[in-house]
Design a protein around this ligand. Structure first.
Ligand code: ATP
Length: 319
């Protein structure tokens, strides 16, 4: 291969810039040309493609978001749209593509690979919900952001004997919520992997009251229930002031932490090495502290992300 493309897709995550930088610098180090595709699969379809040099990724490693931009572009599920995308890549002479994004973006990469266009997927999302890896780029930074918010809520909650309900991102994955609950010393965690019983939550709060707890922090993953409504019901049951805080996109912004910068740099460099070895249709991960790669289709279809039951059990003993 002589020319590779790189794009970011789906929700942005801190560390995506570090991954792009690693792809660009590793490619240039190996005398390959690199092209940036702007705004994910939409830019691929619209031919929003530009050659990148080493200065294009200067001063980026410490920035959140993605300077290539990202987009949701459901039309990419249509074969005719993907055919146009491949035509654009061929026009630039691009031989292979690195796609940085979540499992939806992996589906796009899988489709392109099946149409004869080699892609490597890198896991970039704060949700930590991508198969074939223990950690995604952006997760650790988001976790520290959530933790900072919980620490702040704890200060004010304990001063006012208040109950704080904190809604955390993750879509269908409770990793961010559970880890933040453990690290933040929360009283209760409501996550998608475990059935939610409002009754047992209220019972736990009653128990906490009798233990003499001054406040309670409850972490809940988004999309499980209406968090503001739940706060109102908790207040009605306990008679204690209860506030819901929906952290929202705050969790996605900010400078990537050291862990995500290192992970992104390693994964970006590894993706170029794989393409140079002639690999395509692979996704990169980190497992047992080693970089690994899996067939992207097998990963999506057959590798459910394991739930950390041990951490959940530990959490329950610590409240
Ligand atoms: P996040 O986890 O942060 O939301 P994601 O990559 O899962 O990231 P999606 O919106 O699901 O985010 O997917 C990103 C893009 O990938 C979509 O907008 C679409 O362009 C493409 N895509 C998703 N599913 C498919 C599919 N089945 N076939 C082809 N392309 C797809």
């Amino acid at each position: 291969i002589r020319k590779i493309g790189v794009l970011t897709s789906g929700g942005d995550a801190p560390g995506m810039n570090a991954a792009i930088r690693a792809v660009v610098r590793t490619a240039l180090h190996n005398d390959l040309e690199v092209y940036g595709i702007f705004n994910g699969y939409l830019g691929l379809y619209e031919n929003n493609i530009r050659k990148l040099d080493r200065q294009d990724v200067s001063d980026r490693i410490n920035r959140g978001g993605t300077f290539l931009g990202s987009a949701r572009f459901p039309e990419f599920k249509e074969e005719s749209v993907r055919r146009q995308a491949i035509k654009n890549l061929e026009q630039h002479g691009i031989d292979a593509l690195v796609v940085i994004g979540g499992d939806g973006s992996y589906m796009g990469a899988k489709c392109l690979t099946e149409m004869g266009y080699p892609c490597i997927g890198l896991p970039g999302t704060i949700d930590n919900d991508v198969p074939g890896t223990e950690y995604t780029i952006g997760y650790n930074t988001a976790l520290n952001c959530v933790l900072d918010a919980i620490d702040r809520l704890r200060d004010t909650s304990s001063s006012h004997r208040r109950i704080s309900l904190v809604e955390i991102m993750g879509r269908h994955c409770g990793d961010l919520t559970l880890a933040a609950a453990v690290a933040g010393g929360a009283e209760y965690a409501i996550i998608p992997e475990k059935p939610f019983s409002e009754e047992s939550l209220l019972r736990a709060l009653d128990k906490g009251d009798s233990k003499g707890k001054k406040h309670a922090i409850i972490c809940i993953t988004e999309k499980i229930t209406d968090t503001h409504e739940l706060a109102r019901r908790i207040e009605a049951h306990t008679g204690q002031e209860t506030r819901a805080t929906v952290l929202g996109h705050i969790q996605r912004g900010g400078a990537p932490g050291a862990f995500d910068r290192v992970l992104a740099s390693q994964m970006g460099a590894f993706s170029v090495a794989l393409l140079m070895e002639g690999e395509g249709g692979r996704c990169v991960g980190i497992q047992n502290n080693r970089l690994v790669h899996h067939d992207i289709i097998e990963a999506i279809e057959k590798m459910p992300r394991p739930f950390n039951q041990d951490l959940f059990d530990t959490f329950k003993k610590l409240v």
